[in-house]
Design a protein around this ligand. Structure first.
Ligand code: ACO
Length: 354
């Protein structure tokens, strides 16, 4: 029994693989660096969904299916947006996903995310939703729907890199949840709601916002080493470090750093973050000897999401947007090839007395 299922293999997949020793994420047979260089987010969805959402999928086909899906999602906003906009964003997105009809196609479910999140962010600022532009890809249209105006290509490319590197990553907690839901033959829409719920916690998809808070706090303290020591001595965790699978630096962190460097203005913050990372790794080695606590993707992810102009509370839902294509792929694979997931528990409570 391992209460975190560490090292337990619970699925066979053709979709993605995280090699924690070599520091590699493979999606189908591409590294995330290759996906970024040659496919982009919508192209990566075509690769990931091939054989599950259809045969011979192409980037052009996904662009069209997503454009249609965004338009449909926009017509459905009236059914849920007003009530959801009065709730915190994490709940609003849950309501958005819960409103997706039961038998929706994969592209319709995925397209509900950019439209719904953009509409929620605007509603919180008292602004009306902006209709999707079917001529754009997911990332450029999402940012346009958030801001109400087209964004610079460099900015859209940076967020597209982020979405591409986080699209899928083996059997992480949210993906496993989506597969458990799908294993009962529940709908894809329900699997995505389940995946989202598992994703929201700070140890998983909720990490980027608190990571930026941490960097700000450390910078404001004026003494990074003392701040880190205080945090670790109090039993706290340094956001952006450690991973259940990676024993070396997460390769996605470097793909994001290259993208940030191209953005230019973030360079000052990148230098601070690199300095913080060096000091934090040294402190973690002192405080947790024998543990392989290396840099995960969250510091660069947080800097990138901030640099493209997203509000801190939007970080988790935006991360979920990128990951939703992975949940859908795994739910489809589970439905096609898997069995009902039903492990056992070890009863440690009292025995009957009579
Ligand atoms: N800072 C300080 N100590 C840490 C950290 C950290 N970031 N991560 C792990 N540890 C310590 C734990 O306190 C524990 O120490 P102990 O054995 O002395 O009690 C030991 O390392 C092992 O920790 P576990 O919680 O068993 O490791 P697990 O594999 O469950 O944790 C996790 C992985 C949740 C990512 C963890 O490293 C963490 O909390 N990191 C910070 C949050 C974060 O960056 N999350 C984003 C992850 S990436 C993603 O999901 C997209």
């Amino acid at each position: 029994m391992d209460n975190g299922l560490e090292g337990v293999v619970a699925a066979e997949t053709v979709l993605s693989h995280t090699d924690g020793e070599r520091g590699m994420v493979l999606v189908r047979d591409y590294t995330v660096q290759e996906l970024v260089a040659h496919h982009g987010y919508d192209g990566a969805v075509a690769l990931l969904w091939e054989g599950f959402a259809g045969e011979g999928l192409t980037r052009a086909g996904i662009l069209k299916a997503f454009a249609d899906g965004r338009q449909l999602a926009f017509t459905r906003l009236a059914g849920w947006l007003e009530a959801a906009a009065r709730r915190p964003l994490v709940e609003g997105v849950r309501i958005c996903l819960a409103a997706v009809p039961e038998e929706s196609a994969p592209a319709v479910i995925a397209a509900a995310m950019p439209v719904g999140i953009a509409a929620l962010l605007r509603a919180q600022r008292g602004q009306a939703p902006v209709a999707p532009d079917p001529s754009l890809g997911t990332t450029a249209d999402f940012l346009r729907m958030v801001r109400g105006a087209p964004v610079d290509k460099l900015i859209a490319d940076a967020l597209d890199t982020y979405f591409t590197v986080v699209i899928d990553n083996g059997l992480n907690a949210s993906t496993f949840t989506a597969r458990v839901v799908a294993s009962t033959r529940a709908s894809l829409a329900s699997a995505v709601v389940g995946g989202y719920c598992a994703f929201t916690g700070p140890l998983h998809g909720g990490a980027p916002g608190p990571t930026l808070d941490m960097l700000d706090e450390a910078a404001a303290s004026g003494d990074i080493d003392a701040w880190i020591e205080r945090k670790l001595a109090a039993g706290g965790r340094l956001m952006g470090f450690g991973h259940r699978v990676f024993r070396v630096r997460d390769p996605r962190a470097d793909a994001l750093r290259e993208s940030l460097q191209r953005l230019g203005p973030s360079v000052g913050r990148l230098a601070f973050a690199a300095d913080f990372e060096r000091r934090a790794l040294a402190a973690l080695r002192r405080h947790k000897p024998g543990r392989s606590l290396e840099t995960n993707l969250e510091i660069n992810a947080a800097l990138l999401l901030d640099a493209v102009g997203l509000a801190r509370e939007a970080f988790m839902p935006v991360f979920a947007l990128g990951r939703s294509a992975g949940w859908i792929a795994h739910a489809m694979e589970q439905q096609k090839t898997g069995r009902l997931i039903r492990p056992l528990s070890n009863y440690v409570g009292p025995q009957p007395t009579g």
